[in-house]
Ligand binder design. Structure first.
Ligand code: ADP
Length: 751
């Protein structure tokens, strides 16, 4: 089916538009082809992973050719967010949906008729109303984009019947092109989308599904609360989504996290809609860090800076997993996806599948139940296997994975911690099952191995068994997780029925006879940073907060929150984290110096450039004052340089950082590296640092002999410029050191 759009050069207006509205200086893979297809009026099916940049593909064309395009979008909140974000960029867009206030929709109609808009977002229900169709015909719409197009397919995981009616688009608008966008990779869904939408010779553009910025980790589930807390604490002040299976689990976990000082709320479909809305808004607006939710949460959430998605339980398919983890790191920066896995969740899903088939009002065919089981089986294989997660996912979604080591999953980072003498431990567990007659469940076996004092143990006289207390050094929850690992590796079997018991199979006997070695893993893993791993490439060049001035970062985050609140939009819509990171790293103190910063298009620069520069200047000035003259600068003298002192230059982030480092005795080489500037700048900062109105110990940079030599020669010369002293010394003291010494000397004299 793939029939990519021919690659022809894009009109220059495309990049100009992207730069002007969004402040991006290039296009991402396939965006160019998708935009070209739209501009040429050719139908297209664009499949890009979450965060791949689908929106830009349909937002750019009408801004280039001045058309009004219609975007069909499944969720009102999603539409509203997009429109708000576009407006902040100065892009004319609006939305229409059922239940909208009449005044508002009238205004949208007026804007459309006056051709003041380039994009109209509309819900599928509203689109197919005859009134809407008539209006769009009058506007001579040339392009329709269908977002989240997999909702049209029965085979997708988000089927929405109202999407089926979109088949009428080509009939009603024969001259218009239709463009479908989805992140769902399966071939079957893709074919279905093309058929259902009656796409005509579409350009099929399928992107790469791997998300190199995501680090996948799977931990044996032992203690959900404690493990969740541990993961979340790695992401202090960052956005985290936790997924649970059951509603009550979301409530209790959120409660527990709050008790441990985490700003968390729960979210599930059983809540009042106002409460749901409140949780969603609080998360979007950065008022809370963590949402603990069922799968109901997510589609309307576009927060790009989610740094971690934690699955407290296993999802029922890799498709769900891919979509839910896809909500992490949409901004392209590093993010973590942790799944707490237990075979118990597989069992739980199996019974849920059976139960929902049995209780369904319409008969569910065996084929559907089998399909669900297959999805579950793939999910289980993913969790239980100790293979590269990126590779597994790519291959599952039909794409080869080119690398041997992704450097971004627990397996490739070698974080997994094996149980010492796994085979022996397994033999102990299995022989306990044998000695108790294969008539008990996991809980009782664990009790026996732990040497517990329970009624059941006494009743069956199991305290007399040789396996009684055999693994008492192991915590109960860990032991239980090992039993589930054995089940997972099919080294044990579990009977059906209401009270399942553990049974031995052929493989169990092989292990007990020492014919098979096995591997069991512990819940605790060392978490390594991907950079520490050999062969890491993907994210080395990526932008991160690491090493950035924390104080300025916090300050800019706070002002982002304030400004966003004043404007009634979520903070991440105003500036993405990446924009803030670049601001912090480059520290521009004027609008001119902000050119080329990611995400600052002309409208944003006009609206916020001066404000941002002012905030950075103020912050830097405060830092210079406190770092360099904390106690010496009085209100009268201000920050003016005294006689003979070198006045500090403009307070830039680099200068502030350099001063802070010199105050700790850092060497110019280190400073140059840390602030990303040339050695000459680092020396200049050291000269300025020496000129601060307070005594500085120069011993970290020069020897007393060098100092004396320079001072002696300077005293002998009528005009002791650094160059003259340097020449006079026959270059025996490096020139930069001469400058530093003379600056220090002047300063000591002046004070
Ligand atoms: P998707 O809809 O495919 O999940 P989005 O359209 O939301 O992805 O884009 C994901 C992120 O990437 C957004 O923050 C967006 O601003 C950013 N982005 C999109 N295209 C580009 C580009 N060409 N350059 C830089 N950033 C981009």
């Amino acid at each position: 089916m793939p029939d990519p759009a021919p690659t022809r050069p894009l009109p220059p207006a495309v990049l100009e538009t992207v730069q002007r509205y969004w402040g991006f200086d290039s296009l991402r893979p396939l965006q160019g082809q998708a935009i070209a297809a739209a501009l040429a009026g050719r139908d297209s099916l664009v499949v890009l992973p979450t965060g791949g940049g689908k929106s830009l593909c349909y937002q750019v064309p009408p801004a280039v050719d001045g058309a009004i395009d219609v975007i069909v979008s499944p969720l009102i909140s999603l539409m509203k967010d997009q429109v708000d974000g576009l407006k902040e960029c100065g892009y004319p867009a609006a939305c229409l949906y059922g239940g909208m206030a009449t005044g508002q929709s009238r205004q949208v109609y007026r804007d459309l008729m006056a051709r003041r808009l380039n994009l109209l977002f509309v819900s599928p229900e509203r689109l197919v109303l005859s009134g809407t169709l008539d209006m769009l015909k009058r506007l001579d719409i040339r392009r329709f984009a269908v977002d989240e197009a997999h909702c049209i397919s029965h085979w997708g995981h988000d089927f929405r019947p109202e999407y089926r009616k979109l088949a009428l688009l080509h009939e009603e608008f024969p001259g218009a092109s239709v463009h479908a966008f989805t992140a769902t990779a399966t071939e079957r869904v893709r074919r279905d989308i093309a058929q259902q939408l009656h796409l005509r010779d579409p350009a099929v553009l399928v992107g790469c599904f791997d998300r190199p910025n995501l680090i996948y980790r799977i931990l044996p589930k032992v203690d959900v609360e404690q493990q969740a807390l541990e993961v979340i604490q790695r992401h202090r002040d960052e956005a985290v989504i936790v997924y649970c299976i059951a509603r009550r689990e979301t409530e209790s976990l959120a409660f527990w996290l709050r008790q441990h000082g985490i700003k968390a709320m729960h979210y599930h479909a059983g809540m009042e809609s106002a409460d749901r809305h409140k949780a969603q808004e609080a998360f979007a607006n950065d008022q809370i860090d963590v949402v603990v939710a069922t799968v109901a949460f997510g589609m309307g959430i576009d927060r790009g800076n989610v740094r971690c998605v934690l699955h407290a339980s296993m999802p029922k398919s890799l498709e769900h997993y891919q979509q839910e983890t896809g909500r992490a790191g949409r901004d392209g920066l590093e993010a973590e996806c942790v799944l707490l896995y237990s075979q118990a969740d597989v069992i739980r899903w199996e019974s849920l599948i059976e139960k929902s088939a049995a209780e369904a009002e319409v008969e569910v065919s065996d084929e559907v139940v089998q399909a669900q089981r297959r999805l579950l089986h793939d999910m289980r294989r993913y969790c239980a296997g100790l293979v590269c997660r990126h590779k597994f996912l790519s291959e599952h979604f039909g794409q080869p994975y080119p690398k041997d080591n992704c450097s971004a999953c627990d397996t490739c980072l070698e974080e997994t911690q094996d149980v010492e003498e796994s085979t022996v431990v397994a033999q102990k567990i299995l022989s306990c099952v044998a000695r108790t007659g294969q008539r008990f469940g996991a809980g009782h076996i664990v009790d026996v191995l732990q040497g517990a004092d329970t009624q059941a143990i006494h009743r069956w006289h199991h305290e007399g068994l040789s396996t009684y207390g055999l693994l008492k050094q192991m915590p109960k929850k860990v032991l239980l997780s090992l039993v589930y690992q054995l089940l997972d590796q099919e080294l044990l079997t579990r009977s059906d029925g209401e009270y399942p018991t553990l049974l031995l199979n052929e493989a169990s006997w092989q292990v007990m006879r020492g014919q098979q070695k096995i591997r069991l893993i512990l819940p605790r893993k060392k978490v390594r940073s991907r950079k520490a791993a050999a062969g890491a490439t993907a994210v080395e060049t990526e932008i991160s907060w690491e090493g950035a001035d924390r104080g300025l970062a916090d300050h800019l985050r706070t002002v982002r929150r304030q400004w966003a609140q004043e404007r009634g939009v979520p903070p991440y819509l105003l500036f993405q984290d990446r924009t803030l990171i670049e601001l912090v790293r480059r520290g521009p103190t004027s609008v001119a110096a902000m050119q080329g910063i990611y995400g600052l298009g002309s409208r944003k620069l006009a609206d916020f450039g001066e404000l941002l520069a002012g905030e950075i200047r103020t912050y830097c000035a405060q830092q210079v004052l406190s770092a360099a003259s904390r106690d010496a600068v009085s209100a009268e003298s201000g920050s003016q340089a005294g006689p003979g002192q070198v006045a500090p230059g403009r307070p830039t982030v680099a200068r502030v950082k350099a001063f802070q480092m010199y105050a700790q005795g850092a060497q110019p080489e280190e400073v140059a590296k840390a602030v990303g500037q040339a050695m000459s700048s680092a020396w200049q900062y050291l000269v300025e640092f020496m000129s601060q109105p307070r005594a500085v110990d120069i011993g970290a940079w020069v020897t007393s002999r060098q100092y004396e030599q320079v001072i002696k020669v300077a005293g002998e010369l009528s005009s002791p410029t650094p160059k003259a002293v340097f020449d006079h010394l026959g270059e025996s003291v490096p020139y930069q050191l001469v400058r530093v010494i003379l600056a220090h000397r002047r300063n000591v004299r002046a004070s």
